[in-house]
Design a protein around this ligand. Structure first.
Ligand SMILES: Cc1ncc(COP(=O)(O)O)c(C=O)c1O
Length: 429
């Protein structure tokens, strides 16, 4: 009998009532999609009572580990007094003040429910401020699944057009063809191309939006100087610079990638790690840009915005993160990264590990580095799937796309356990 028997049965049953048996398309990629019963710290328990050491952290949010008592206790205590007022409560001010204290660009904040909503709001704010329509984005970056965001997030090489002038590619059936009409796509990390495009078309461009680390594809770091050059070009051409910090926010540093790299955007979006598993997101930015929201000229609304549960979760999470030693999570992750490189080299495997301690990527490739989206298309996906499956069989859960997330709950022993399992797989041939 399969070790995933109960999950397989539940998945079979789910197909009759849930579209595709799952509630988010990316979850259908894991085969079989596992069903979980509980999670605490770094450990997950599935429906077959298998336990796993988790390096997926639910696609990133669980920076404090699963079920952190301090967050859960604060949420349940606060929630007992009321859940949603359709009005204000004091905790949302506390949360906005936490953003102001830690995030360099956060002069004003607005809360919403998911990362893609925050990106949508950022684009609207940028258009309102500049009176321009076009958005410049980068191939392979992900900003959510709404029509205008899902352009060239994961195009195939056949669709993608020339490397230095990518064709904007729609990502879903049902998207309006016009969704890409005002979207300019460039390869990331190429300051000369960006400068040239802004010199030619800057007067039509409202915003440049990017993940400051390209976490959604191979965890590609920015080239030295690229973020600052982008900052300077945007200032020169009156273009709003938006950092999508949905993954990097609170993960790379308490102040996000902008604080880690020392480059302040005009606007930034946050989600995931800001509330350790509760659905809240944030648009934060310069007062002059956020003011039209304050003046009710830019519409930003939402029934559930800053509801008590998620606001309490974010507030308590950030309070915990204020005590976190970011150096130790970076250090532990770097130990894991270098250990994986050593084990792979010892077994004669072509493996590339790149990124940062709290979030990095492991790829099966001959390349010595992956510098942009098109390099990612050369990764040996079949090898990667075999590895992820073999790790799962050894009780280690990884994301099928090769991204590894670390939490404050991971220990040296967890790292050793992952390294031993990888060595076991690679040395077996
Ligand atoms: C960088 C980035 N931006 C935006 C989003 C969308 O966030 P959400 O799934 O909360 O809508 C994601 C989701 O993975 C993301 O990785």
């Amino acid at each position: 009998m399969s070790r995933y028997q109960r999950s397989a049965e539940l998945f079979q049953r789910a197909q009759a009532s849930l579209a595709g048996g799952v509630s988010s398309n990316v979850r259908a990629l894991a085969q079989p999609p596992l069903y979980f019963r509980s999670a605490a710290g770094t450990q997950l328990v599935d429906a077959d009572e298998n336990t796993y050491l988790d390096f997926t952290l639910s696609q990133g949010p669980m920076l404090l580990g699963h079920s952190p008592p301090a967050v859960l206790e604060f949420v349940s205590r606060t929630l007992r007094d009321g859940q949603l007022y359709g009005a204000q409560h004091e905790l949302e001010i506390e949360l906005a003040e936490q953003f102001q204290r830690h995030v360099p660009c956060a002069e004003l904040a607005r809360f919403c429910n998911s990362g893609f909503e925050a990106a949508h709001a950022a684009i609207r704010v940028a258009r309102a401020a500049t009176g321009r329509a076009k958005i410049l984005r980068f191939e392979g970056h992900y900003h959510g699944w709404y029509d205008e965001a899902l352009v060239s997030a994961a195009p195939s090489l056949e669709q993608a057009g020339p490397g230095d002038a990518p064709t904007p590619v729609l990502g879903s059936a049902g998207q309006l063809a016009s969704a890409s009409a005002d979207v300019i796509v460039l390869p990331w990390n190429d300051a000369d191309l960006l400068r040239g495009t802004l010199e030619r078309q800057g007067s039509e461009i409202a915003a440049v939006i990017m993940e400051p680390v390209m976490c959604n594809n191979a965890c590609i770091p920015p080239q030295p100087g690229f973020l600052q050059a982008t900052r300077d070009f945007c200032t020169e051409h009156g273009v709003v610079l938006v950092f999508d910090e949905v993954i990097t926010g609170f993960r790379l540093d308490l102040g996000g990638a902008q604080s880690y790299f020392g480059v302040t955007p005009d606007l930034a979006t946050f989600g995931k790690a800001m509330a350790n598993g509760f659905p809240i997101a944030c648009l934060a930015g310069a007062r002059r840009l956020m003011q039209p929201i304050a003046d009710l000229q830019v519409n930003h609304s939402g029934t559930y915005n800053s509801n008590v549960m998620v606001t309490a979760a974010a507030y308590a999470t950030i309070r915990e993160l204020e005590r976190l030693d970011y150096g130790s999570i970076h250090g532990l992750g770097e130990t894991l990264m270098s250990g994986l490189r050593q084990r792979a080299a010892k077994a004669g495997r072509s493996v590339l590990v790149q990124g940062f301690g709290p979030v990095f990527h492991l790829a099966f490739t001959q390349r010595e580095s992956i510098g942009d989206y098109r390099d990612c298309l050369e990764i040996d996906k079949a090898r990667n799937s075999e590895f992820v499956d073999a790790m799962l069989d050894r009780g280690i859960r990884l994301l099928s796309r090769g991204l590894w997330y670390l939490s404050a709950a991971h220990t040296e022993a967890d790292i050793q356990c992952a390294l031993d399992a990888a060595e076991d797989i690679w040395s077996a041939g």
